[in-house]
Design a protein around this ligand. Sequence first.
Ligand SMILES: [Cu+2]
Length: 440
Amino acid sequence: MLLGGSAAHARSEVPGPHEGSAASTSPRQARQDWLRPGMPGRDYRPVVVPNGSKLPWKVVDGAKVFHLVAEEVEHEFAPGLKASCWGYNGRVHGPTLEAVEGDRVRIYVTNRLPAPTTVHWHGILLPNGMDGVGGLNQKAIPPGETFQYEFTLRQSGTNMYHSHHDEMTQIGLGMTGMFVIHPRRPTGPRVDRDFVILLHEWRIDAGTSRPNPNEMTDFNVLTMNAKAFPGTEPLVVRQGERVRIRLGNLSPQNHHPIHLHGFHFRITETDAGRVPESAQQPETTVLVPVGSARAIEFVADAPGDWALHCHMTHHMMNQMGHGSPNMIGVKPGALDAKVRALLPGYMTMGQSGMARMGEMGMPVPSNSIPMMGRQGKHDYITMGGMFTVLKVRERLDGDKDPGWYDNPPGTLAQAASTDALRRDGIDVEAPAPVEPGSPA
Ligand SMILES: [Cu+2]
């Protein structure tokens, strides 16, 4: 029984003693309580981490052995913006851990940071002394030392890991990652593609190269797997495939409503396991609260380039869009010419919105990115930040980015022809038509 309606049932039935013995870490684990290591291909289909990586492992005495190294990492958020972050194994965020329910995992954590740290295995059921809260559950790992975590995975689902020592600083600098646990005996339809995306937000002032972990509210770099669009890799899928997208959120402050275009999905998992089918609501947006994970599933039956993004408008805006004055409707008149006498090249901008700021290639301070976008197939894409593209195609060349979608004739919005306007009686000069919402 992998699932159930009560907390007791949320813990999976990891079978009793097997042959052989093993080192125990607590009296509760005096007997071996794990299964043979789950293997990719045989026991699960590996996840895909766009822009990311996975932590390698090896089997020693029936346990999966991992090695995480906490260290400073030079990370590129999008072309033109790099910063010194804290992460794991040369990555921000850390590599995704992938394992199978019933696996015994032994995870070594080496601390190469200038400060003590710990790792908390977020949402994972384990002995108290393995929970990783500095001071409460363990001594923090001093710089230069290596600690050993070891536990049996008694659950399946989408989980995370992060530092639980000086949390504001260390999570704010990027010390987070995903931990996916596949079910030993899967329920529900098998998925063809299984994507993992960790959401985060950062404050990196233009021209600086160190995220500011003291920021409380005004984040200006919003990321999926630590990349801001146009740095995000597309999710590539063949038409008709069943797709799962696992979303985690370890942002310092904000919940992110992630919206998918083109499909209706169901929320199939929370951090605590699979949602019973009868409780899976159809949705187009999934709210991923801070400190939570959600998985969504759908059949990608519609070809095209579909947006996947946070629906908070400031979260699809990059660095330079924050803190700008409100210029909407401003009529500069002779102002530009007067200012140009003092400041050559000056031009008032933003009177009709922000859309052209990225497109015009306005100069930005070194090591910073325009507020939004890149050129798309049809026009400039005016989103940045927490935005990526789901590319669904009838045919694919491996998992390669297939480029932009070719819209079949008659399926693309474009300028209305004079003939069509005349035929349908649309008078573009007349007052805009409107009908009262209730009888007069
Ligand atoms: Cu958001």
